[in-house]
Design a binder for this molecule. Structure first.
Ligand SMILES: [Zn+2]
Length: 360
């Protein structure tokens, strides 16, 4: 016979004799229900009766008054049923049972619970056969099974370890195929760019622009004087660009013709985390059509890195440019968070991810 059991919460309780339980004033469900009480905590001990059914004992200080619907019977005539263990249970409607968190075995099974305790109430089916209710609180939660094979316990993404590994291998092979493909790009037509901004929102302004090409040659690297913003203390701490530094820098409007020219000659324009960069650089064009053309050339190095780590290094959680550099063991040139260092770093990460990107 089992001497101890682990509850769903992880608490371990021990088998106890009725005599010992009485001496400690422990209460069974039946006694509690006769007193119109219900347990407020988990069982503190259990007994396996002669017929093998499980009876839980509850601590007398961890009880609460039962809600009226639990003990109120609309008819004066109470219907009860005596279980083999001698425990008397009461008839209850399905609705009232559900309000008490009591369910049929079938219903609990659907919720992935296994019944261990004896029934706590009952009702009659239409054919007068008996239907027992069990307390969900003391039912055992079963492990969730793999949604693919249904054979093994879930490991990750609702799949068992085997199915998960198989799924990962397929995705990895697909990702590797894309990354190692030959793209035949001309180095001069691939651009990497990064912006530093006065803030994190759409209305914030550009403070610096760096654009390099696939050779690692500088195409543009300039500070930009914002037209409306005078101070940016929060982002200044990140990129180190002060208002004094941009005092004599060109305005974005002065740079637009040159940037357009650079972008027009490019086939791919790559940035690390393009959404912020694109939402600012798109304003060099004043119509949606041109913005769409630019958008179609843009590739996100961060997205590709995230895909890579999902496939190869699922234990990695963070995907900033600094994380990517560390993951691939690439050295920084210059200070991270300056647009120039970030642009060179982005190019290096891209080169690792897409080793056959260029024609030569
Ligand atoms: Zn499976």
């Amino acid at each position: 016979m089992e001497k101890q059991m682990t509850l769903r919460s992880g608490a371990v309780i021990h088998a106890i004799s009725r005599k010992d339980a009485d001496s400690k004033n422990y209460l069974t469900r039946q006694t509690l229900s006769e007193l119109h009480l219900m347990p407020s905590g988990e069982p503190v001990a259990f007994e396996v009766s002669e017929n093998g059914s499980l009876i839980y004992y509850f601590h007398p200080e961890r009880v609460t008054e039962a809600p009226v619907e639990m003990w109120y019977s609309p008819t004066s005539r109470k219907e009860s049923y005596t279980l083999e263990s001698g425990t008397v249970i009461e008839r209850m409607s399905v609705k009232r049972a559900a309000a008490c968190n009591y369910y049929t075995e079938e219903r609990l099974k659907k919720m992935n619970y296994e019944v261990v305790e004896e029934p706590v109430a009952f009702t009659y089916k239409a054919d007068r056969s008996i239907l027992f209710f069990y307390d969900k609180k003391t039912a055992k939660r079963l492990p969730l099974m793999c949604v693919r094979c249904g054979e093994f316990v879930r490991f990750n993404k609702k799949l068992c370890e085997k199915c998960y590994e198989r799924e990962m291998a397929i995705r990895r092979a697909e990702g590797d195929r894309i990354r190692s493909a030959q793209y035949n790009m001309e180095r001069e037509k691939v651009l990497f760019f990064d912006l530093e901004l006065t803030g994190f929102y759409d209305h914030d302004e550009i403070l610096s622009i760096t654009i390099i090409d696939g050779n690692g040659d500088m195409v543009m690297d300039t500070l930009v004087k914002p037209e409306h913003t005078k101070k940016w203390t929060r982002t200044e701490k990140i990129h180190g660009i002060t208002p004094a530094m941009v005092e004599d820098a060109p305005l974005l409007t002065d740079l637009i013709p040159r940037i357009k020219e650079i972008f027009e000659g490019a086939k791919n324009i790559i940035a690390y985390g393009v959404s912020t960069d694109f939402s600012h650089i798109k304003y060099i064009y004043d119509n949606e059509e041109d913005r769409e053309i630019l958008h179609s050339k843009i590739r996100c190095c961060a997205n590709e890195y995230v895909r890579y780590i999902h496939e190869h290094r699922p234990e990695l959680e963070h995907a900033s440019l600094i994380d990517a550099m560390e993951c691939f063991g690439i050295e920084w040139e210059g200070v991270p968070h300056s647009s120039i260092a970030d642009t060179f770093a982005c190019r290096k990460v891209w080169n690792v991810l897409f080793p056959n990107y260029y024609r030569d």
